[in-house]
Design a protein around this ligand. Structure first.
Ligand code: NAP
Ligand code: COA
Length: 272
């Protein structure tokens, strides 16, 4: 679907998107590139990044790749340095890299818990911390992709709930610290988003998918394109006075009570 925004909203801008090789991060990077930004997409798998970059270049985008693990500060710093040398000061950072698997705390090793905390929370810190010196100041925007997990406890998701709560608080704290430099930081909270790895992991069966759909006040999954449009707005100068916020694009899911996976995570209390 074409973007609803006027063309070239990000012309001349430079963006760095972690998790930009797939799913929601890829859709956001593609939207940015389509609006004229020069974009670096970062993730661990070079093949995946190449495929995503190829698709964006086919549509006329200017896209570079960085095969890095966001848990590795030096690698993240090097990729950001390279982006700013190649493209100029960085106007937009998106932290979309994340990990998830459903498991009870008793079915998770300390390393399993740590792996998600390290990707989601430490990885977001690493990206923000290393980006700071390369950001255009004033004017830059940092957007982290959060989840309802940040405020709603969800069984089998202790690691993600803890990590995303940390991500939201980190963004708010940095919004205070970096506001005087003219850097904005916000969170975007997707609801259940169709055709994503996240949903393939959390809603793997038709039954769970149906339960999810029934639970969303708008009675459908969100699309990656809807999230990309919201990310475009929040990352653009049009949102120049917006910082420290958490914005949901979730069909109203956040209005529904907390729960657990397996159908009850997205409760079916309201009949279709
Ligand atoms: P996804 O396609 O699996 O996106 C995660 C991305 O992060 C992948 O491109 C992955 O690429 C990258 N990544 C993972 N670990 C990394 C690491 N250590 N270093 C660098 N990159 C790493 O899943 P998605 O569902 O689109 O999720 C994207 C974001 O949306 C996540 O922050 C997720 O929490 C959030 N979210 C999703 C939903 C949903 O319905 N899908 C709902 C709420 C929130 P590599 O494997 O190549 O590294
Ligand atoms: N249940 C319980 N523990 C699990 C698990 C599961 N389903 N999957 C992985 N783990 C544990 C592993 O056993 C390991 O712990 P151990 O060393 O004590 O055995 C730990 O998690 C790390 O696993 P590993 O595969 O080495 O980690 P990784 O850093 O390569 O990958 C993950 C990180 C586990 C989060 C992996 O699922 C991933 O790469 N995810 C990215 C994509 C994704 O999750 N997308 C959805 C985003 S919402």
């Amino acid at each position: 679907m074409a973007s609803i925004f006027r063309e070239g909203l990000l012309t001349g801008k430079v963006a760095f998107v972690t998790g930009g090789g797939s799913g929601i991060g890829q859709a956001i990077a593609e939207r940015f590139a389509g609006h004229g930004a020069r974009v670096t997409i970062a993730g661990r798998k070079q093949e995946r990044l190449d495929a995503a970059a190829h698709a964006m270049r086919e549509k006329g985008g200017t896209v570079a790749t960085a095969a890095i693990d966001v848990r590795d500060y030096a690698a993240v710093a090097e990729a950001l340095q390279h982006t700013s040398e190649e493209y100029g000061p960085i106007d937009i950072v998106v932290c979309a890299a994340a990990g998830n698997f459903p498991a009870p705390a008793t079915g998770m090793s300390a390393n399993g818990f740590k792996s998600v905390i390290d990707i989601d929370l430490l990885g977001t810190f690493n990206t923000c911390r290393a980006a700071y010196e390369h950001l255009r100041k004033p004017g830059a925007s940092v957007l982290s992709i959060s989840a309802a997990h940040a405020t709603q406890p969800i069984a089998l998701q202790s690691h993600v709930c803890a990590a995303k709560a940390g991500v939201e608080m980190l963004m708010k704290t940095l919004a205070l610290e970096w506001g005087p430099s003219g850097v904005r930081l916000n969170c975007l909270t997707p609801g259940p988003t169709d055709d994503t790895e996240g949903m393939r992991r959390l809603a793997p069966t038709v039954e769970i998918r149906d339960a999810v759909e029934r639970s969303v006040p708008l009675r459908r999954f969100g699309t990656k394109e809807e999230l990309a449009d919201m990310a475009l707005y929040l990352s653009s100068d049009a949102a120049g006075y917006i910082t420290g916020g958490v914005f949901a694009c979730d069909g109203g899911s956040s209005l529904v009570r907390s729960g657990s996976l397996g159908g009850a995570m997205f409760p079916t209390a309201v009949a279709r």
